[in-house]
Ligand binder design. Structure first.
Ligand code: C2O
Ligand code: CU
Length: 426
């Protein structure tokens, strides 16, 4: 999108949330909510170290805020209701912060997010670093879904099954489109920047004949890339992958969402097509290789957990609730930590389903799963992480920015039904 500031170290943009129309199903229109009229919203591009200034105008008929998912920023720019009074319909607000980290981030509302995000309010931010891997091509892959009625309008009905798993759409979307065609040149080293913006759906990607070489995730590039035949991406998570295009010129293969059991569902559903991948007709490129190493990242110290956060779900007086330490937000007691301190948390998932845990403002690193240390090789900075059902994940984070930060399940129906808390750094 257009950067209105001539200073090369400042990216200054106008962003407006409003109502718009979009066609997800052929011949049918859907009344959506959109940033600058598009779903996904406009791509924001910057370099690490830049200052981002966003002049935001709320032209919705209801309040909103913007949360900059995964970006380490001052607390008053975080857009969470704990720290920002919602921006009323018709009002404006300027967000301004420095982009400390290279990576692939996204932005979305943080009030009424269950409805506002699923109706189209999301966009991505690509922040380039100094040592970006070389690739012949790079594509953005925004994974999402929509629950639509026959006439193309959003189906707003909700039942406990939808709440239990998070509302899953009946239409799968890649970059806001059903079954788009992605071109893959034969032999070309192609980089995919992947984010899952769905309310509740986990994506488990597969591309026949290709493995995904994972080179980065939420907090940027990782030191030790690895291969994944299937790439599981929970709501809120990002993956940065490379692959080399394979196949006969003109051939078409299908990117699919493979079955994945995450608890209450059996995971037996047939693979669902997401996009057509068309192998280009150009002469095959040769000699491209996948990197075996990436930039070093600081490893945070390990140790025994000093805090346990327990996630669970339960019917309370007939209503399905999602709990943190037995309470629902805002009745969850805040966790208090000292500025500059490092803490090890046991994230205990007592529920019979996976919950993607998201922490605002800080990256964390996984130390152990059910007490078993993760391999040294698996070092990565995360802000969103699958907590598998009935298990404990040990993570470490350093809290170097003061303020009141939120953590929650990124299945938005769960967050709205209580699975959310605050972490106060002072
Ligand atoms: Cu992407 Cu608090 O969320
Ligand atoms: Cu959840």
């Amino acid at each position: 999108m257009t950067d209105t500031n001539p200073d090369p170290t400042i990216v200054e943009v106008d962003l407006e949330a409003g109502e718009a129309e979009k066609s997800f199903l052929e011949g049918k229109t859907t009344a959506v909510l959109a940033y600058n009229g598009t779903v996904p919203g406009p791509l924001i591009e910057a370099n690490v170290g830049d200052t981002l200034i966003v002049h935001f105008k709320n032209s919705l008929s209801e309040e909103t805020t913007i949360h900059w998912h995964g970006i380490r920023l001052p607390n008053d720019m975080d857009g969470a209701p704990a720290v920002q009074r919602p921006i009323a319909a018709g009002d404006a607000f300027t967000y301004q912060f420095k982009l400390k980290d290279a990576g692939f981030f996204w932005f979305h509302p943080h009030v009424m997010e269950e409805e506002q995000i699923r109706k189209g309010l999301f966009g991505v931010i690509r922040v380039r670093g100094q040592d970006e891997p070389q690739a012949d091509d790079e594509k953005i892959v925004v994974l999402g879904d929509a629950l639509l009625k026959e006439d193309g309008s959003f189906d707003d009905e909700v039942d406990d099954d939808m709440i239990m798993l998070g509302r899953e759409g009946n239409v799968l979307l890649v970059n806001g489109r059903t079954m788009p065609t992605l071109e893959l040149e034969p032999g070309a080293l192609t980089r995919l920047r992947i984010v899952n913006v769905a309310n509740g759906r986990f994506f488990n990607l597969a591309l026949p004949g290709h493995a995904f070489r994972v080179i980065g995730t939420d907090g940027g590039l990782i030191p030790k890339p690895y291969d994944a035949e299937r790439l599981l991406v929970a709501p809120g998570e990002r993956y940065d992958v490379l692959l080399i295009g394979q196949g006969e010129p003109g051939a078409e293969i299908v990117l699919t969402n493979e079955a994945y059991a995450r608890g209450h569902d059996t995971g037996e559903a047939a693979p669902m097509p997401l996009a057509t991948v068309r192998i280009g007709e150009g002469p095959a490129l040769s000699g491209r290789t996948l990197p075996d190493s990436g930039p070093a990242i600081e490893r945070l110290p390990g140790g025994a957990a000093d805090t346990t956060i327990t996630f669970d779900e339960r019917y309370i007086q007939g209503v399905l609730k999602f709990l943190v330490d037995g309470n629902t937000y805002p009745d969850v007691p805040p966790i208090e930590v000292e500025r500059g301190s490092t803490h090890v948390f046991d994230l205990k998932n007592d529920a019979e389903m996976d919950h993607p845990f998201h922490l605002h403002g800080f990256f964390f690193q996984v130390l152990a799963r059910d007490g078993v240390p993760v391999a040294d090789d698996a070092l990565a900075n995360k802000d969103t992480l699958i907590l598998p059902q009935l298990s404990t994940t040990t993570v470490v984070a350093r809290f170097d920015e003061p303020g009141d930060w939120m953590y929650h399940c990124h299945i938005l129906e769960h967050a709205e039904r209580g699975m959310m808390g605050e972490l106060v750094v002072s």
